[in-house]
Design a protein around this ligand. Structure first.
Ligand SMILES: Cc1ncc(COP(=O)(O)O)c(C=O)c1O
Length: 302
């Protein structure tokens, strides 16, 4: 129930990373008008600018933060919801009718966010990497409204990798069937219930540590009703957008040097260095060590 699938084309890709590039190829004008700007509201997923500009394409180029984008003419806006790195639900921000939208819904699953409605957008990207954690299989899928856009995306994938590994497609189909079969089973927790509980527990501990130590903050999320679980809950994202308090300017450096915690600085996401992104999906032992290290007052580590 997280996305409308009726009357959509499904384009399978080598991860949603390839589908992102396929969507850029399909949505960019192929005339002499020059590269189209690709924008996303900061903080944005740090790979977007790198992937967009790595080949210095004549079709598209990174245009930066969508919140400050003022240029006339066509553009592509990437809407990641829930967002990586800060976890918030998002909508397009550029106020213009000339934009084409790519919705990256990698994290639009009930273990991370209430599913308030079935997403219904022109181009929606999903991935096995975040739905079940099978990033190594390299399978993503796009739900695409327009036939010509889907055709061009497929064309790109054929040019880029001569199609998508059938072995991986079969594996992911098996995984998704197991996930689907686990839903509605009265005797055992479904995959999503199990994952929801794990995320709930971790967020509860992290929020408590923030409150107790007052040395860092994490975002406050509002509660919404989830149609999948039939209950109201707060977002519990795959990443924590962690802000160092007490006047610490470079949070990544502080955590690395004082706490032996490796994170990714806010600067990679088009934001401030007082923020870092922390993965909430590591193994229990690592997550517990992390919690311990941010909670103790000295620079002692485990
Ligand atoms: C928002 C977002 N989109 C896409 C991806 C890439 O996913 P994939 O492994 O399917 O290429 C990631 C991975 O971190 C992500 O966070």
């Amino acid at each position: 129930g997280n996305a409308v699938t009726q009357d959509r084309f499904i384009v399978v890709g080598t991860g949603s990373t390839q589908l992102y590039q396929a969507a850029l190829y399909a949505l960019s004008p192929h005339d002499d008008s020059g590269p189209i700007n690709v924008v996303s509201a900061a903080p944005y997923y740090s790979s977007y600018p790198l992937i967009t500009d790595c080949l210095k394409s004549g079709l598209y180029r990174w245009g930066g933060d969508a919140k400050t984008y003022r240029e006339e003419g066509p553009y592509i806006e990437l809407v990641t919801s829930p967002n990586n790195p800060d976890g918030f639900l998002r909508e397009p921000v550029v106020n213009s009718s000339k934009g084409k939208l790519i919705h990256d819904l990698a994290y639009y699953w009930p273990q991370y966010t209430p599913i308030a409605s079935a997403a219904d957008h022109d181009v929606m990207l999903f991935t096995a990497s975040k739905s079940t954690g099978h990033a190594g299989m390299r399978i993503g899928w796009a739900l695409v409204k327009d036939r010509e856009t889907a055709r061009k995306m497929t064309e790109y994938i054929e040019l880029n990798t001569i199609g998508v590994s059938k072995d991986s497609q079969l594996r992911v189909a098996k995984v998704l069937k197991a996930v689907s079969d686990s839903c509605g089973n009265e005797t055992a927790k479904s995959f999503f219930e199990h994952s929801y509980d794990a995320m709930y527990e971790r967020w509860k501990l992290l929020k408590q540590a923030a409150k107790d130590t007052k040395r860092f903050t994490v975002p406050d999320f509002v509660s919404q009703r989830c149609n999948f679980f039939g209950k109201v809950f707060e977002l519990q994202p795959a990443f924590a957008w962690f802000k160092c308090e007490e006047g610490i300017v470079d949070c990544e450096k502080f955590l690395r040097e004082e706490k032996k915690i490796l994170t990714k600085s806010g600067k990679h996401f088009g934001d401030d260095q007082s923020y870092v992104r922390i993965s909430m999906l590591d193994r229990d032992t690592n997550f517990n060590i992390f919690l311990h290290r941010v909670s103790v007052s000295s620079n002692s580590t485990l």
